[in-house]
Design a protein around this ligand. Sequence first.
Ligand SMILES: *Cc1c(COP(=O)(O)O)cnc(C)c1O
Length: 370
Amino acid sequence: MGDIKDVRPEIVEFEAYTPGLSIDEIKDKYGLGSVIKLASNENPLGTSPVVQQVLGEKAGMAFRYAQAGTPKLHAAIAEHLGVSASRIVAGNGSDEIIDLLVRVKARPGVDNIIAFDPCFSMYKLQARLCGVEMRQAPLNADFSFDWDGLLALADEHTAICFVTTPDNPSGYTPPVGELEALARALPPQCLLVIDEAYMEFAEPQEKYSLLSRLEEFENVAILRTFSKLYGLAGMRLGYGVLPEWLAEYCLRVKLPFSVNILAEEAGIAALKDKDFVAATKKTTAKGRAYLTRELTALGCKVWPSMANFFIFDLPDNAGMDAKGLFEKLLEKGIILRPLASYGLPGSLRVSIGAVHENEALIRALHEVLS
Ligand SMILES: *Cc1c(COP(=O)(O)O)cnc(C)c1O
């Protein structure tokens, strides 16, 4: 006999995504007036003023449905990247594209997906939800990529290989030649999905991204997002640059209005605001250099990163572990990201903030660690 509460077993066992703590949660818990959040790799400069103005002007359009498939946005992204618009699929964050790719490409109970361990948790969550086996190869101890270990997991049922570059949570960024070799070595049915959520922070991009050479690879998809460099995490907007055949399938099954009318306008405006993008890159590069210098002087081990965040390990004589430090900083109103859920209990990830935020973090660390 069935029960009204019967659902798919994948749902019963599902463990939800662990987000960074929100500012309001911390304010309430510790009775703080202001909080510095360096936990979710958001843009330290906030929302572009150009985007804010457009959002104000377009607010009155909120009663309309967006044009299904957001062709205006696809055209703007395609022009920005110098690729054909028929390759672009925009979604409700690149999270939606990850979900779409898993559902379109991988057969439940038959196929598998491969990635490194640790990896961005959305790959695992969507695979599990879809009843698709997830196989993971450990990263090298220095967070670099063990390609042989990854390839050894692939077989004739591997539907997708996810690679994140710059990687999250480490910021490690392999040279593009290694991605090219991977694309050529994977089994013929396997799609290589390169998640480039932070690639715009890496310089020079040709050295690290396959984007400008996608035409050569029928089996490669690239994911990008407006959440990080463009400062639109809350608008929920990301996209895939996919092989055309795959873009067509994804657009066919995608929820038609998952990119809302304001997100579409915000995305188009964000691509035009070159000053904001340049200022963000400059703030990130300077902040990274400052934090690396100061944390190293405090005895921390800072892992090199091309992204707008990095990992650091505590000095051996700190007298506390990463979780202890995370909690001490919370009491002072600074939120970092503990990495226990990534299997890295000894490390913290810090998003590079605005100048005053980075300075406040270093001041707090001097107090806590001395
Ligand atoms: C932030 C991030 C994304 C982007 O997520 P959105 O859904 O676009 O906000 C994708 N991949 C990785 C690895 C990320 O860190």
